[in-house]
Design a protein. Sequence first.
Length: 276
Amino acid sequence: MVFLVLLAMFGPTVREHQLSSISKHQPYTSVYDDIADPFQKHSPTFPFGTDSQGRDNLARIAAGARISLTVGLIVEIIALVVGVTVGVLGVFAPRWIASAVMRLTDAMFAFPDILLAILIIGIIQTSKAQIPGGKLAPVIAALGVTSWPSIARLVRAQVATLKDREFVVAAKATGASTFYNVTRHILPQLAGILLAIAMIDIAGTILAESTLSFLGIGVQAPEPSWGSMINNARENMNSYPAQLIAPCLFLSLTCFALNFVGDGLRSYFDPKSVSR
């Protein structure tokens, strides 16, 4: 995780010139001025070689790490805000509101996440709607819509259990409002498990973003994405199979790291866990 964050922080940040970076080359243009020299082999100058257009793979992987982390964090913030709100409303809201939001949550589970994300991106691109966030906005919007239902169902189940606990009942008996009980007594009890789930969900979001980019409807060129890098390398995998190693390796290690950290946090915050 630390390595991934450092890779994103010190990767190339500008297209025209580079002041300080782990790579001396740009992720958007060829490393050569006159003509691209594609498929350079691994060397001290190009640790992961160059792609079909002569671009440094290390620079593109670093820039792709920043895009993946940005998408993952923003989407997870959206999922937590919407999911926690819907989950709390499912317990404390009037019955007709609680029933409506939970039926909406159940309906969201009827659609495969990737297919629903593809549909949302298609609608946004067809309507040419201007969404704040630049080129990443359609991907963030699509994944944000599909990521909150699981959190909403988890929060509703936990809140329904906690609302009858002694400390909540005692606070209510002293005149505390529902909003006070939720914000001061119930949600703090869920902070640990939500943090653990968020780490695991970020891994799923990064994998989903890479899948959309692999299909050509996610992050658009010239912005680098691990998914689009895998797709470009796949087209030349018979002649240059080594091109697949770097993006696949970084994507796999990122998902492994996030899942392991999430599992560790979930065990730590579980009072019944032996590892605590």
